[in-house]
Each structure stands twice: as structure tokens, then as C-alpha cells.
Design a protein around this ligand. Structure first.
Ligand code: AHR
Length: 534
């Protein structure tokens, strides 16, 4: 790995107290320039979404655990519900994932004692169907989140997809709307977001299709679903197979060309891991997500020129699965009751911060993102029968989801950089190498006179002293500072032990200043929140 040397220069600074220090020879401060006129796009709250799949202990033993003293009379784990509420999740995808490609929604509605148990083939469990559409909608309402459903385009039919929309969204009259009413739900659920299958480009997907066949099936499913409810938003399954022997761009280009008039989003997925135990490679991996975003944006732009979409918005990107997932990828930890129970550390939290920064920096095109998944399974919340704790990755998501809104800003960052070695994100992924990775990874948004700045200091050992400069208007008033950090990059949380968390630091007082200086600690995510008076 190559690091760029810190240089020296003659500086003139105004400190947070408005004093001038001039003429000292010292190490050059890094610089972050904020210009509230340089907007990228509106931050869509749906980028703080999440995902619940029938996988391992996400549903059963996670959000739903009937008979547990910590659950209510409906079987909902109240401690878990309380924890997930802290993430202010706007939108939650359900019920899969790979699970959905052999899921038949009718199995999961109606009297519980009449629901069939099925072999669950994606993750090798027994699916009892005791939790289904209505239980999830009830849960989502309690969480304060909007449900986002994925239909089965693997072993499922387009007719089945249509009937699910009818069951959920049609007020009364036809058979499935009346069935919902019979099941105790008089008002329709009004599910707005629907994805057309999951990872249909993957050979692992049950009912996997090639791009042409997927496009045909998705188009026809979309037709029936929209005839049932014209107000729904549809998400196409974009490429998820980044193995060296596959061309993911071909899949995306084909489905975008075929579905450009039909869908509202293209879904992309990404999981990364620190396979080589190389911190600097790993914390640069969100930059790969950013590259993939830009490539797909280019494809969308090309198709939008030819599309016939009436007055509908252009197609946007939904990163509807993203996370860190590499420790529990052995055969024995990939399936069964305790599948994918990844435990996270501080470097993982910094990578999540990097993903969120990347979503903000691409706010014009990324309008949805869903951390995969909510509880126990590669999740921010981890529960056992007698308690739960918040994993390290909970904290960056909580910080962003409760603060980072408004217009995303194109921020200028000047700091030292490093080059990574060649590395891969997953065991079967194409290799990558990142050049000139800035130690400071920054995003910012401006909202009604308030600016929110998120800064990750990727440096493992050094604080980075930085001048924050406002180019349009003056920083003014107290800047609130929140920091996600821990004793070292491998620090983990556990039951009764919170090593990594968000701390509210002492605010920085700024009086109508063009600039203030802040030292971002090593291996940290800092969020600064204050006013810019124009
Ligand atoms: O989130 C875990 C799995 O990862 C999902 O089921 C699938 O869509 C992806 O491969």
C-alpha cells in the first residue's frame, strides 16, 4: 500500500474562536470546502431502508418469538422492536432475498393453524408460515416503516404476483381483496413498492433466468400488477453476480433496455468483507459501490433518452441489499437456524458509514437503499432468547437516518491519500484496486439553513486536523458533534458490552466564521451539524 506524504506549508487560519494564527510553519491541514449552492440532489429518506427475510433467525427468533417472556401476545419481541425503532427505518423489504424465489404468499395468510409447513430450499429450514403478509404489515406499522414487497419471479407466476397486489391493495370486490377482509383487514394495506423478483441473474436463484427471459417475465408481471393498482412503484432485479466469469453489465444493459418504460428502480446488491484482513483495502470498499453506481447511472441516462415514461420520474437506483458479510460464509454457517449470524467490529461500522456517504454523494440517482438485514442475520440488532444488543453497524445507520436529510452537496476534500493493494470484496468477486483513496471520506447535506457533514477518518492511527471552510455564507452558532468510534478497529459489541457506539462530543462554538478547524480522530465517523447563515 502506498501512502502520500504529509507536506508542510505556510498557513493562515481562523480558529473556532475567530482568532487568527498566522505565519507558523506546520503540517498542512486537510480541507473540506462546503458550498451550499453546489447541490447534487435531494436525499431520499428511503436510502435508510432495511430488509427482513425468512432466513435463519431474522423472523423466527428475531422479530417474532411467540412464548418468549420478552414478546407480547402477538409474539413480537418488544426489546427488538424498541431497538429497531431507533433506526427510524422508512421502508423495509420483505420477505426475501433468495427465500422469495420459492415463496408462495398464500401459504402465509389466513388462520395460522391451517397454514402449511414447507421445505425452505434457499436457506435449508422448515418454513412454518406462522408469520406472513399480514403479520409483517402489522409489524411494519408498529415500527413506523413502509413495507416493500418482493414478488416471486423464480418459481412463482405472474398471476400469483397480480393476486398478491389485489390482496394487499384493492379495497373490496374481487376474490383476493375480499379474502384479506375475511382475514380481518378491512382497509387495504396499500403497499407502494414491489420488486420484480430477487437476484434473478444469479445461478443460485431458484428459477434463475437469463436477462431476456427475466425481462419478458418482469414486463408481464408488471403489466398485471399495474392493471391491479396503477399507483405502485416497481423495482427490477439488477445484476448481483460479479464473479470473474460473468458480465454483470450485460445483464443491467439488457434489462434496462427492455424495461425502461416499465420500472421505477433498478435494484443492485453488494456485500463486502475483509477477506485478507487488510484494514485499508477493506475501508475503501464502499468506493467500489460508488463506481458501480456511476456505471449503472450512465446506462440509465442512455435508456432514459429513448424511454416512453409519460410524466413519470426516470429510473432510479435502489441498493436494496448492502452490508458486510464474510465471516459466516462457510457451508455450515450459510444455512439452517443460525445462518449468517455475523458479529461486527469497528472497521465494519466505518465501512457502513462509507456506504452511507456514497449514497449521499449520489443522491441524484440513489433513491432507495436497504441494509441487509434487520435482526440476527447480518444485522445491526442481535438477539438471543433472553436479551439483545446493538452491533457496531447500528450506530452509523442510526446517525444518518436521524440527521442526514435535505440537499446533498458536492463537497471539495483535500487530504492525504493512499493506494490499496489488489483485493476482492467477496471470495467469488472480481478483484479491484483503488488508487488515491482519501483518508477523509466526506458527504454533506443542507436543509433549511442547517448543514450536516459526515466525515470518516480512515486513518488507522492518526487524527486528521482539518479546516472546514464555508464558501457560501458563514458557519454560525454551536456545531453539534457526534462520533462513532471505539478503542481499536477490531473492537466489537456483545451482550452487556458496548465498545463501539456514538458519543455526543463537546459542541464547537462558531461565530459567523468562514472556517473552523476540527481534528477527526483515527478510525472514526464524525457527524457535525450546525447552521450556515447566508
Ligand atoms: O441477504 C442475504 C442474501 O443475499 C439474500 O437472500 C440474497 O438476495 C443475497 O444473495
Amino acid at each position: 500500500m502506498k501512502h502520500m506524504k504529509i507536506t508542510c506549508r505556510f498557513i493562515l487560519t481562523v480558529t473556532v474562536f475567530g482568532l487568527f494564527t498566522a505565519g507558523n510553519i506546520q503540517a498542512q491541514n486537510a480541507r473540506i470546502k462546503i458550498d451550499v449552492d453546489r447541490s447534487i440532489g435531494e436525499v431520499n429518506k428511503n436510502i435508510y431502508g432495511n430488509f427482513v427475510e425468512h432466513l435463519g433467525r431474522c423472523v423466527y427468533g428475531g422479530i417474532y418469538d411467540p412464548g418468549n417472556p420478552l414478546s407480547d401476545e402477538n409474539g413480537i419481541r418488544l426489546d427488538v422492536l424498541d431497538a429497531v425503532k431507533g433506526l427510524s427505518i422508512p421502508l423495509t423489504r420483505y420477505p426475501g432475498g433468495n427465500f422469495v424465489s420459492n415463496y408462495h404468499w398464500k401459504d402465509g395468510v389466513g388462520p395460522k393453524n391451517e397454514r402449511p409447513s414447507r421445505m425452505e430450499l434457499a436457506w435449508a429450514r422448515l418454513e412454518t408460515n406462522q408469520f406472513g403478509t399480514n403479520e409483517f404489515v402489522d409489524y411494519a406499522r408498529r415500527m413506523g416503516t413502509e413495507p416493500y414487497f418482493a414478488v416471486n419471479l423464480g418459481t412463482g407466476t405472474i398471476e400469483e404476483a397480480q393476486q398478491w397486489v389485489e390482496y394487499c391493495n384493492v379495497k373490496e370486490g374481487p376474490y383476493y381483496a375480499e379474502l384479506r377482509k375475511k382475514h380481518g383487514y378491512t382497509a387495504p394495506h396499500n403497499i407502494k413498492y414491489w420488486s420484480l423478483g430477487n437476484e434473478m441473474d444469479g445461478f443460485w436463484q431458484m428459477g434463475h433466468l437469463n436477462a431476456e427471459d427475466y425481462s419478458k417475465k418482469a414486463r408481464e408481471a408488471a403489466k398485471l400488477m399495474r392493471l391491479t393498482d396503477p399507483n405502485i412503484k416497481l423495482v427490477a432485479a439488477g445484476a448481483s453476480n460479479f464473479r470473474p466469469d460473468n458480465d454483470p453489465h450485460k445483464w443491467n444493459a439488457t434489462i434496462l433496455a427492455e424495461l425502461r418504460d416499465v420500472v421505477d428502480y433498478i435494484a443492485l446488491h453488494m456485500y463486502v468483507g475483509n477477506h485478507q484482513d487488510n484494514y485499508y483495502n477493506f475501508v475503501s470498499s464502499p468506493l467500489v459501490l460508488e463506481e458501480r453506481t456511476k456505471v449503472v447511472k450512465g446506462m440509465i441516462d442512455r435508456e432514459m433518452e429513448k424511454a416512453n415514461r409519460g410524466n413519470r420520474d426516470p429510473i432510479y437506483i435502489a441498493w436494496d441489499e448492502y452490508n458486510i458479510w464474510y465471516r459466516w460464509r462457510q457451508e455450515e454457517t450459510m444455512t439452517g437456524e443460525r445462518a449468517l449470524e455475523e458479529r461486527y467490529n469497528l472497521e465494519d461500522a466505518l465501512v457502513i458509514g462509507g456506504f452511507l456517504n456514497a449514497f449521499i454523494r449520489n443522491a441524484d440517482i440513489v433513491k432507495m437503499a436497504n441494509m441487509a438485514q434487520l435482526v440476527n442475520v447480518i444485522a445491526p440488532v442481535f438477539a438471543e432468547k433472553d436479551g439483545m444488543f446493538l452491533q457496531t453497524i447500528y450506530y452509523p445507520l442510526q446517525l444518518f437516518a436521524n440527521n442526514m436529510f435535505g440537499t446533498s452537496l458536492n463537497v471539495y476534500v483535500d487530504c492525504d491519500t493512499y493506494d490499496t493493494d489488489e483485493f476482492y470484496l467477496g471470495p467469488a468477486e472480481q478483484a479491484t484496486r483503488q488508487k488515491d483513496v482519501p483518508y477523509l471520506d466526506v458527504s454533506a447535506a443542507y436543509n433549511n439553513g442547517e448543514v450536516v457533514i459526515a466525515v470518516i477518518n480512515r486513518h488507522k492511527d492518526k487524527a486528521i486536523t482539518t479546516d472546514l471552510i464555508s464558501q457560501e455564507g458563514l458557519f454560525d452558532g454551536d456545531f453539534e458533534i457526534y462520533e462513532v468510534n471505539g478503542p481499536d478497529i477490531k473492537a466489537e459489541n456483545d451482550f452487556g458490552k458496548t465498545s463501539v457506539k456514538t458519543e455526543k462530543k463537546q459542541s464547537v462554538k462558531v461565530k459567523k466564521a468562514e472556517m473552523f478547524t476540527y481534528a477527526f480522530p483515527a478510525h472514526s465517523l464524525t457527524m457535525l451539524k450546525g447552521k450556515i447563515a447566508k
